[in-house]
Design a protein around this ligand. Structure first.
Ligand SMILES: *Cc1c(COP(=O)(O)O)cnc(C)c1O
Length: 373
């Protein structure tokens, strides 16, 4: 699905030098690269504060801790997401309230969000799934009206722009009270291990976040609040500094691959190419097709037999997962999410796809359909 080896080879000299420097500095925790990366990411995103942490799941967790959410508080998010979003809500004793998504963008349906609000609702977590922003303008308006915190799960869309109806643009992750991201290797901005970060423009919140990720400690060995240990290490920060410089070019390479796929699949019945909304750029964390009237697992098997990976993100929505089994929800509650979990399939999408590979992949996808008729 990704080609991290070829990507590394293109930046090998810079990466090797940066990693060696980080090792030689012996400041493995909170070294100069961590601080420099933090500043560089703040400037890239246009946010006042970036707080690096250990992974994207922690980023979500410390955000909810910093906002002072308490057991029993309801947090709204979409059922069509990666488990981390819902996991941390449940872990903190908060109540995940799930809503359906938009059939075209796969992102939270603002209407459904509005309907799910109760007097116990404290926050909403829009997920910018597959590389495109959720429809933030209505979501922010609704949240504002109901006095709710907005935590963006930006793990899949770092670098995307949200475009407001008046033409203003802001980076995803910089729109709500807090933005969260992951630097997992296969994410659009990935390191060579685990990593994550939280973003905010709020000074007080940033201070709380810095304390929480560091054992609730402001003055060494004085603990004013319960925190966690969640840090980005210096070697990963050194790698991320190099890769951040390439992030926009990487997004362009992904868009180019997506355009190639689109053109090949445009006329194919049974395949729906990814929808582009007018309020977000697309950074194609995934290239996800909607299928109809085919068994996509047969398509996946067929591609596998040609050495082409294809994945289903996500086969089971959160409200139907065993761990999140909840009498409030049953099959049929979120028809769009359920239909998507039965019909989507994602093709290889990364920065190193060349024409020959794209030709091979699209040819084989189309030949699967030709064989069927
Ligand atoms: C990857 C991902 C996360 C979690 O990130 P980790 O760094 O793996 O903990 C959270 N939310 C979404 C939508 C993701 O894709």
């Amino acid at each position: 699905m990704v080609d991290l080896k070829r990507q590394y080879e293109h930046i090998r000299q810079d990466i090797d030098e940066a990693v060696l420097n980080a090792i030689r500095s012996t400041q493995y925790i909170n070294g100069p690269d961590v601080k420099a990366f933090q500043k560089e990411l703040e400037s890239y995103l246009g946010v006042k504060h970036v707080i690096p942490c250990a992974n994207g799941t922690d980023a979500l967790q410390v955000s909810m801790m910093a906002l002072g959410l308490k057991p029993g508080d309801e947090v709204i998010t979409s059922s069509f997401t990666f488990v981390a979003t819902v996991e941390v809500i449940a872990l903190l004793g908060l109540t995940p309230v799930l809503v359906d998504v938009d059939p075209d963008t796969f992102n939270m349906d603002p209407e459904a969000f509005l309907k799910a609000i109760t007097p116990k609702t404290k926050a909403v977590v829009p997920v910018h799934l597959f590389g495109q922003s959720a429809h933030m303008e209505p979501i922010l308006d609704i949240a504002n009206e109901h006095d709710l915190f907005v935590i963006e799960d930006n793990a899949q869309a770092i670098g995307a722009d949200y475009i407001f109806s008046d033409g203003r643009r802001k980076k995803t992750g910089s729109l709500g009270h807090i933005g969260c991201t992951s630097f997992f290797p296969s994410k659009n901005l990935g390191c060579y291990g685990d990593g994550g970060a939280v973003f905010t423009d709020d000074d007080a919140l940033a201070q709380k976040l810095r304390v929480i990720v560091n054992h609730g400690m402001e003055v060494r060995y004085y603990h004013d609040s319960i925190g966690v240990n969640s840090r980005l290490d210096s070697i990963q920060a050194a790698i991320l500094r190099i890769k951040l410089r390439h992030l926009d070019n990487y997004a362009a390479a992904r868009r180019k691959a997506a355009a190639y796929y689109d053109e090949a699949f445009a006329g194919q019945t049974g395949l729906n190419i990814p929808y582009r909304c007018d309020y977000s750029t697309h950074v194609f964390h995934q290239y996800t097709l909607k299928t109809s009237d085919i068994d996509r697992f047969r398509l996946q098997g067929y591609l596998m037999s040609k050495n082409i990976p294809a994945m289903v993100y996500y086969p089971v929505p959160m409200h139907l997962q065993k761990a999140y089994n909840d009498p409030r929800y049953k099959a049929g509650d979120f028809p769009v999410t359920e239909a998507l979990s039965h019909s989507v399939i994602s093709l290889p999408m990364h920065t190193e796809l060349d024409e020959e590979q794209l030709h091979y992949i699209t040819d084989n996808v189309l030949s699967f359909f030709n064989q069927q008729t």
